[in-house]
Design a protein around this ligand. Structure first.
Ligand SMILES: [Zn+2]
Ligand SMILES: [Zn+2]
Length: 97
């Protein structure tokens, strides 16, 4: 038989054209599914994984930041580290909040 799309000569048992990938009448009659687009699937998986990893990194970063900031306060004015209980910066006297 011949491909309906590119007229390539094909074995009578071919479900898809060897040259252009179009489904043959044999393939249509056999009810074969279209070829699995693995590149799309891989891409989808990679995007999902990347998003999950990004979210996980954000969570870790938040937790680390919280752990670091738990016992100290940073002065908004001079950036110096102050004790968590401090109301005013020990360094420049600015009110901490
Ligand atoms: Zn073809
Ligand atoms: Zn300060």
């Amino acid at each position: 038989m011949f491909c309906s799309h590119c007229a390539e000569e094909l074995p009578d048992t071919a479900y898809f054209c060897l040259k252009c990938g179009v489904k043959t009448t044999v393939g249509i009659e056999a009810g074969v599914a279209s070829p699995w687009n693995w590149e799309k699937e891989v891409e989808k998986t990679v995007i999902t994984v990347a998003r999950d990893v990004g979210r996980a990194v954000d969570t870790v970063r938040d937790n680390v930041r919280k752990a670091i900031n738990k016992d100290q306060r940073f002065c908004a004015k001079c950036g110096d580290k102050n004790h968590a209980e401090s109301e005013f910066c020990y360094h420049c006297g600015s009110a901490l909040n």
